[in-house]
Design a protein around this ligand. Structure first.
Ligand SMILES: NC(=O)c1ccc[n+]([C@@H]2O[C@H](COP(=O)([O-])OP(=O)(O)OC[C@H]3O[C@@H](n4cnc5c(N)ncnc54)[C@H](OP(=O)(O)O)[C@@H]3O)[C@@H](O)[C@H]2O)c1
Length: 332
């Protein structure tokens, strides 16, 4: 008989998931639905249109429309929920959003486990983030640090999952155009980055919610696939090998602005501060420089693999699984 003991968390009876219609919250909801059908799921979206789709995708779950900025909707969404998953879009005002969240769950008084996604280079503090990033008034470089700083001053029972790397699906969305049309991976500020599959990040969150290990509460974990710490030049070489088509690499600022500037503006223009006139393309050029400056802080970890109980998906695997998307898009 095992003599290994750890403090036990009573199983959660209910979980509320923000961002449930997206690539992290969706897989989290799916894992809970499939593996813990007795847990009461409430799925939140800030969009009425997405709520209709969520009802179709998760017919047994309750679906609510809630906005991080709106206290009445947050009170209603969090009411009676023991677990809460928080993920923010870029440029959310975290001062407001986290204060509203804290007010709502404090009033409801039943929350027992919160999981919050972060995205910060290990060891970086707000003080360490350069002025040019602060000047944008939001964005990944500062907003998760602001949220964590706020939440740590509360006594909420939180696990932080720091996904300080790249989600694979960037290559299928706003970074896809030059790969498909010009057979060139275009990304300025050459550097190595970590990778992770957002589906697996959602599954990690689900497994932590469903775990009986109470020590996760208060935990702060780095989440990456433990395998890839890869330069974009290496990623382009990997694409060439897997697609059987030469994919070049362009690491210049000019290339990024020319090829990604407009798609980035189109994709991000409705998000938070970008809607107030910030230029997403300029923001990302600066953010890549910030990532480049912190390149030495990145490290592969085995945390996600241990929680998943398997080796997470690698960039090679993901590119192989998605080969047809790229070949079709290139007209091959
Ligand atoms: N892209 C990457 O490679 C990468 C890598 C690592 C980390 N990150 C970071 O990871 C974090 C998540 O990014 P993501 O783009 O992947 O997020 P995401 O999964 O799309 O989740 C954010 C969700 O927040 C919801 N939302 C937006 N405004 C809201 C509001 N006012 N009230 C309530 N919910 C709201 C949206 O869902 P609804 O529209 O349904 O409300 C959205 O799906 C960000 O901090 C990002 O910087 C990104």
């Amino acid at each position: 008989m095992s003599t290994y003991h750890y403090p036990i968390k009573k199983p959660l009876e209910s979980i509320l998931i923000f961002g449930a219609s997206a690539h992290i919250g969706g897989p989290l909801a799916r894992h809970v639905t499939d593996n813990a059908p007795d847990v009461r799921l409430r799925l939140a979206t800030s969009s009425k249109a997405k709520a209709e789709k969520l009802k179709i995708d998760f017919p047994k779950a309750e679906v609510v429309v809630a906005d991080y900025y709106d206290l009445p909707s947050m009170r209603a969404a969090t009411k009676g929920m023991e677990g809460v998953f928080l993920v923010s879009p870029d440029f959310l005002d975290e001062h407001i959003a986290m204060a509203v969240f804290r007010r709502a769950v404090t009033d409801n008084g039943v929350v027992r486990h919160v999981i919050r996604i972060l995205a910060d280079p290990p060891g970086v503090t707000l003080h360490h983030v350069p002025k040019e990033m602060h000047a944008f008034g939001g964005g990944t470089a500062i907003q998760n640090l602001i949220a964590k700083d706020f939440l740590e001053k509360t006594d909420l029972p939180i696990t932080y999952l720091n996904s300080a790397g790249w989600y694979f699906d960037n290559y299928k969305t706003w970074l896809a155009a030059p790969i498909l049309q010009k057979r060139t991976l275009t990304m300025s500020a050459p550097r190595r980055v970590l990778y992770f599959d957002p589906n697996e990040l959602g599954e990690v969150a689900a497994r932590i919610f469903l775990s009986d290990d109470a020590r996760h509460i208060g935990g702060s974990y780095q989440c990456d696939n433990g395998q890839d710490l890869t330069s974009f030049e290496e990623a382009a070489a990997l694409m060439s090998e897997i697609f059987g088509v030469k994919i070049a690499y362009d690491g210049s600022d000019e290339g990024f602005m020319r090829e990604i500037g407009e798609p980035a503006r189109a994709y991000w223009s409705n998000v938070g501060a970008f809607a107030n006139g910030q230029d997403p393309a300029e923001y990302f050029l600066a953010y890549w420089r910030f990532e480049q400056a912190n390149e030495n802080a990145w490290r592969r970890t085995d945390f996600a693999g241990r929680i998943l109980g398997r080796t997470p998906r690698s960039l090679r695997q993901w590119l192989t699984e998605n080969r047809d998307f790229f070949l079709k898009g290139m007209g091959v």
